[in-house]
Ligand binder design. Structure first.
Ligand code: C5P
Length: 226
């Protein structure tokens, strides 16, 4: 692993970690790893290739051969994600893509197949890694670790707002149910379950603005690097 600093930001979906990770990476001028996008892309690739979400070996093989591209464009919110050269940024952000992602993410062989690919993102001047197991499994030696959380209701509300902005209409109750189900699957799986690393700083973002969370995360980085 490279010696450049790594900041891991883990937590459940809707905790705001994606936005926080992007902003912090921008402010620090560090690289960004959106590890959830890898599982989302794999879910999409499996659907297209007709590989069953129950086929651990087939999924792992597919994961090893994935042609994935991440590209940040100045002035654009978010990162463009491509699969085999095709822009799939929108397609991987749907609720069903998230659901498929958490199903492929259950398999140990799949996680193993994506491990080195994730570690390859580390490098100077630093990396912000966003996911579920960044601080526990992928970058256990990271200097700065944050675990971001928020109540399920707040997370459902945020997700609802995001989807509405994209023109998608899903009820808050449905989202709350789906979020709870995905949390349960992520927390109960046998490999890399969702939980804070022992040396992570836990930040609850319920009722706190994104700017305030970003400031707290930056304070963690400053403190750990000083
Ligand atoms: O963060 P995002 O919602 O894009 O992640 C989609 C799914 O991918 C999660 O629900 C989780 O099951 C899985 N995931 C994971 N480990 C990561 C990142 C995401 O298992 N590091």
């Amino acid at each position: 692993m490279a010696d450049a600093p790594v900041l891991t930001i883990d937590g459940p979906s809707g905790s705001g970690k994606g936005t926080v990770a992007r902003r912090v990476a921008e402010i620090l001028g560090w690289r960004l790893l959106d590890s959830g996008a890898l599982y989302r892309i794999l879910g999409l690739a499996a659907e297209r290739a007709g590989v069953s979400l129950e086929d651990e070996k087939g999924l792992a093989e597919l994961a090893r051969g994935l042609e994935i591209g991440f590209e940040s464009r100045p002035g654009e919110e978010g990162v463009r994600v491509s699969l085999g050269g095709e822009d799939v940024s929108r397609e991987i952000r749907t609720e069903s893509a998230g659901d498929r992602a958490s199903r492929v993410a259950r398999w140990p062989a799949v996680r193993e197949a994506l491990l080195e690919r994730q570690r390859d993102f580390a490098g100077p001047p630093g990396l912000v890694a966003d996911g579920r197991d960044m601080g526990t499994v992928v970058f256990p030696g990271a200097c700065c670790k944050v675990y971001l959380t928020a109540s399920a209701e707040e997370r459902a509300r945020r997700r609802h707002k995001q989807l509405k902005e994209k023109g998608l209409n899903v009820s808050i109750q449905t989202l709350c149910r789906e979020i709870a189900e995905r949390d349960r699957r992520d927390a109960e799986r046998s490999v890399a379950p969702l939980r804070p690393a022992p040396d992570a700083v836990v930040i609850d973002s319920t009722g706190v603005t994104i700017d305030q969370v970003v400031d707290r995360v930056l304070a963690v980085v400053r403190e750990r690097l000083s």
